[in-house]
Ligand binder design. Structure first.
Ligand SMILES: NC(=O)c1ccc[n+]([C@@H]2O[C@H](COP(=O)([O-])OP(=O)(O)OC[C@H]3O[C@@H](n4cnc5c(N)ncnc54)[C@H](OP(=O)(O)O)[C@@H]3O)[C@@H](O)[C@H]2O)c1
Length: 242
């Protein structure tokens, strides 16, 4: 019998959950548990890590999972690597639902960097006003550049921040161009730092940067081992149901 584990935490995962529920496919939706109030899903949900590769492989066997759909964020590379190894161990089929990376167009001033450390290095020496649109996980790396003012947009109110000069906006995407233009104007932003997440929900800040003529320091995606990748929910559904 088909039973799916859907690894979530993204807009795409929520769309996949809706499609699985609508098709009557038996599935479990998994959240890491990073946000205080995760979006409700039309599938049974579980929250929290599995305990590494061994933990996940055991969980897949215990739950009788036949297919794993990895719809985590392209920067959630550890989870994705674990899924590759655990599915191999437990002999479970794996595919990823992944958005294509963003591509620069006319008028964009993107400076590509390999990782978070590269983004820190790419900031100017002179004090700047930086929209640091990378979530909460890697903020500490920017403490090496304390001369900048950082605008942070986070899903939950943060506790203590590792940066001396910040403004915090608590908001959950998707975001639109008008809103991001207003935000960046209000905060007199001079630089944007972003992850190349792809998709539509977080793209508005790049379009706003283009309109305002601002440079974007864009962090490349981490590598994940080879796996079957689909860009469309319908293709994943077809892969599961045949
Ligand atoms: N990284 C980002 O920029 C970003 C942005 C938006 C949303 N998210 C979402 O936030 C979550 C965590 O991202 P991350 O970058 O911290 O991941 P990560 O570094 O790849 O994963 C760290 C650990 O968190 C647990 N984990 C991650 N995703 C999980 C899931 N969907 N279900 C159960 N356990 C999960 C796993 O723990 P065990 O080893 O114990 O199994 C994993 O080893 C993901 O669901 C991701 O889709 C991430």
């Amino acid at each position: 019998m088909t039973r799916v584990l859907l690894l979530g935490g993204t807009t795409e995962a929520s769309l996949m959950a809706r499609a699985l529920a609508a098709a009557g496919v038996e599935a479990v939706f998994s959240y890491a548990g990073r946000t205080d109030q995760p979006v409700a899903q039309p599938l049974p949900m579980r929250v929290g890590g599995f305990g590494g590769v061994e933990g996940l492989a055991g969980w897949l066997r215990d739950e009788g999972i036949t297919h794993v759909v990895d719809a985590t964020h392209p920067f959630a590379a550890q989870m994705s690597r674990h899924a590759v190894l655990a599915c191999d161990q437990a002999d479970v089929a794996l595919s990823a639902l992944e958005r294509a990376p963003w591509q620069a167009g006319p008028g964009d001033d993107w400076r590509h960097v390999a990782d978070v450390a590269g983004a820190v290095d790419a900031l100017p020496e002179a004090p700047a006003r930086v929209f640091l649109a990378i979530g909460k996980l890697h903020l500490a790396a920017f403490a090496a550049r304390p001369q900048h003012h950082y605008l942070l947009r986070l899903v939950d109110p943060p506790g203590d921040l590792p940066l001396p000069d910040t403004a915090v906006v608590v908001a959950r995407g998707p975001f639109d161009l008008a809103g991001d233009l207003a935000l960046m104007r209000d905060h007199a932003i001079t630089h944007v730092v972003a992850k190349n997440a792809g998709g539509s929900g977080a793209r508005a800040k790049l379009e706003a940067a283009r309109e305002l003529g601002l440079p974007v320091i864009l962090i490349a995606r981490p590598d994940v081992a080879a796996r079957q990748v689909f860009a469309q929910v319908a293709d994943v559904l077809h892969w599961i149901t045949g």
